[in-house]
Design a protein around this ligand. Structure first.
Ligand code: ADP
Ligand code: MG
Length: 302
């Protein structure tokens, strides 16, 4: 015999009640759900979600630290939020995760273009101090921070040297230190940034360009590794450096090339040789920076 709608509805209700009652055989679960202070019929509708939330609640009660967190999203707890006619569920950060988020908030002051976001974790305390090559650079960083904090417009760094020696990491660690004092900075992987910028002619070109121009601290990473063109040299680099000189905005560079080699790399573009324009760029870099070398073993993980 066919069941009518009312029969179906009431048999579903009974099934819901039944599975809820079964779940409540666990006294701790029962206490967990009744503490939500909502009507039983509402609880019955969400038995399965409440059971999931209860598992995570228990995991948190037996917490042994974030690395051994058993919840589906490490550091987050599936949590019921009682509403008038429903129960919503959300993944809420636990106490430990909230502290981690708060302690890492300063990293938002670092903006990264075309570089791996991992670089935001570079920190002073992890800089290899055993390596003598780093000592003068660390000394320079200390002076930089003092002067910057005293509004003295210190010069940036032109840091050149061997591949993988830690140039980018070092500058990022300086920016991170200043980020803790809420100073904003930007790291741009220059060869890729040029490609990104070029492809944004129809969209947010001006926005990107102005952002880089005006960021309080700028790292132009791996300069000299780009495909130099009239556009990249005279329309991008030139005006950015000019603006930063006029406004005393500290600007950093890393490169595999010495400044003289960099100058030569700017001579030739697709339309010919222009030593004067190359020279103008180099003058600006020299004005903006102190030059230092970092030769060290390749730290990249193979
Ligand atoms: P470069 O810019 O000179 O080519 P990187 O800064 O990219 O070199 O460093 C090479 C690798 O070594 C990167 O993976 C970087 O994360 C790592 N590295 C460099 N310095 C440190 C450091 N002090 N602590 C931890 N990792 C570092
Ligand atoms: Mg680098």
């Amino acid at each position: 015999m066919k069941k009518n709608f009312n029969d179906l509805y009431s048999s579903n209700l009974t099934a819901l009640t039944q599975s809820f009652q079964e779940a409540c055989a666990d006294k701790d679960f029962k206490k967990f759900v009744y503490d939500l202070n909502v009507k039983e019929e509402l609880l019955e509708k969400y038995t399965s979600n409440l059971q999931d939330a209860f598992i995570e609640y228990c995991n948190c009660k037996n917490c042994n630290g974030i690395s051994s967190c058993k919840n589906i999203e490490k550091g987050y707890k599936y949590t019921p939020i009682p509403r008038e006619r429903t129960i919503d569920f959300s993944y809420d950060a636990c106490k430990i995760m909230n502290k981690i988020i708060k302690d890492n908030k300063y990293k938002d002051n670092l903006n990264v273009f075309d570089l791996n976001e991992e670089i935001k974790n570079a920190s002073f305390k992890d800089v290899f101090k055993d390596d003598k090559a780093r000592v003068p650079i660390i000394k320079y960083f200390k002076d930089f921070i003092d002067e910057y904090n005293n509004n003295k417009h210190p010069k940036g760094l032109y840091l050149h040297g061997s591949f993988g020696s830690g140039k980018t990491y070092l500058i990022a660690s300086l920016f991170n230190e200043l980020a803790k004092k809420n100073i904003k900075s930007t790291l741009v992987y220059f060869p890729d940034f040029l490609v990104t910028l070029k492809s944004s002619f129809q969209t947010d070109y001006a926005e990107k360009f102005n952002y880089i121009k005006k960021t309080p601290l700028l790292l132009i990473d791996d300069i000299g590794a780009e495909n130099c063109s009239n556009w990249s040299r005279d329309e991008v680099l030139g005006p950015i450096l000019q603006y930063r000189m006029e406004n005393n905005l500290p600007t950093f560079f890393t490169s595999n090339l010495t400044i003289d080699e960099l100058e030569k790399s700017f001579y030739i573009t697709q339309t010919g040789v222009d030593k004067i324009k190359a020279g103008r760029i180099i003058e600006r870099i020299k004005y903006l920076t102190l030059q230092k070398e970092l030769i060290s073993k390749d730290r990249r993980i193979k």
